[in-house]
Write a protein that binds this ligand. Structure first.
Ligand SMILES: Nc1ncnc2c1ncn2[C@@H]1O[C@H](COP(=O)(O)OP(=O)(O)OP(=O)(O)O)[C@@H](O)[C@H]1O
Ligand SMILES: [Mg+2]
Length: 312
């Protein structure tokens, strides 16, 4: 049974196609990650699914109800946490939670128990009487999540909930999400962090409103066309410009302190790459094949699409 089952969703804003013929199925109880660069259409997709926006085209169901037509019923089943979730900054953490609990008519005994559990899990319990305006960005995001969850919806739509949140708070945040999966809540989360995408049951890469690739993280990585060789060395940008035009090199991606060279065939190209580095007096600590990461797969697809766009 699908919690989300929509076909050919399309949404235009004047001359921008924000969502382009998107078909999406999310199973009940799974966590699905929507990944894509800025402007890919993630927010628009979530707004369409939640019934905030009317699609120009397309149809389907969300929690069993018809997209947009039955938006009142859908609203009762979902909780949508927008990119900028509105908390009341002049109220305390606990007052905000109580406000959202009241809106959804959650009995005090129930919301108090949940709030206490989640505040403890996210290391916020000691801050429950603090005004929201005096919280850090990461703390605000966690409070927003607790408010969005307080009526335990059937489905959560989260739009980049951990954007700008520090790694410790992000871990707390994901702890709460995993706890919800045990309660059979379906989660659709958009994220720009690929380490978070790795934690999802399935992921989809959105680009210019279209789904470029979809699957579980392991399967997505297996679909990488070619091989990835990793170089560790100090002069990353120089290495990139030296290698990117070599025959057999599809892309050169700088990722943290590493360089990933996307090759058609490592064995065949290895010596040419080594010579090129040696000729430029570059000392590489290592140059060896590695398994493709999600970033490799996504960057190669996005760059291919960009090249197509420039050509056409
Ligand atoms: N209300 C609007 N009016 C006009 N254009 C819009 C509107 N909302 C979105 N767009 C355009 O639609 C496209 C998709 O935007 P969207 O906000 O869905 O992307 P996103 O993937 O959420 O990006 P980000 O990662 O920056 O949040 C962009 O080109 C954006 O400029
Ligand atoms: Mg967005």
């Amino acid at each position: 049974m699908f919690a989300i089952d929509v076909q050919n969703l399309t949404k235009n804003f004047r001359d921008v196609v924000a969502v382009d013929n998107l078909t999406l199925q999310v199973k009940e109880g799974e966590i699905y990650g929507l990944v894509g660069p800025d402007g890919a259409g993630k927010t628009t997709t979530l707004r369409l699914l939640s019934g905030v926006l009317k699609p120009d085209k397309g149809e389907g169901t969300v929690t069993g109800f018809r997209l947009f037509h039955d938006r009142e019923e859908i609203k009762e089943n979902i909780s949508y946490m927008p990119q900028r979730f509105a908390l009341y900054t002049e109220l305390t953490v606990e007052e905000n939670i109580r406000f959202y609990a009241d809106v959804f008519e959650v009995p005090p005994k129930v919301w108090r128990e949940r709030a206490e559990r989640w505040l403890k899990m996210s290391n916020l319990f000691d801050f429950k009487n603090r005004l929201v305006q005096n919280l850090s960005g990461g703390m605000k995001q966690k409070v927003a999540l607790i408010c969005a969850l307080i009526h335990t919806p059937k489905m959560l739509l989260l739009d980049e909930p951990t954007n700008g949140v520090d790694p410790v708070s992000r871990r707390d945040f994901w702890g709460i999400l995993y706890g919800l999966l045990k309660e059979k809540v379906t989660i659709l989360v958009s994220t720009a962090y690929l380490d978070e995408a790795e934690r999802c049951d399935r992921i989809g890469l959105l680009y210019h409103g279209r789904m470029l690739l979809e699957g579980d993280p392991a399967a997505v990585k297996n679909r990488f066309p070619g091989q990835v060789a990793e170089i560790i060395c100090g002069e990353r940008e120089r290495v990139k410009s030296l290698l990117q035009d070599l025959e057999g090199v599809q892309d050169v991606i700088v990722s943290g302190d590493r360089i990933h060279v996307h090759l058609d065939d490592f064995k065949r190209r290895e010596s040419v790459v080594r010579e090129r580095l040696k000729g430029a007096d570059i000392q590489a600590e290592c140059f060896a094949p590695v398994s493709p990461s999600l970033e490799d797969v996504f960057m190669s697809l996005v760059q291919r699409e960009q090249k197509k766009g420039e050509a056409g």
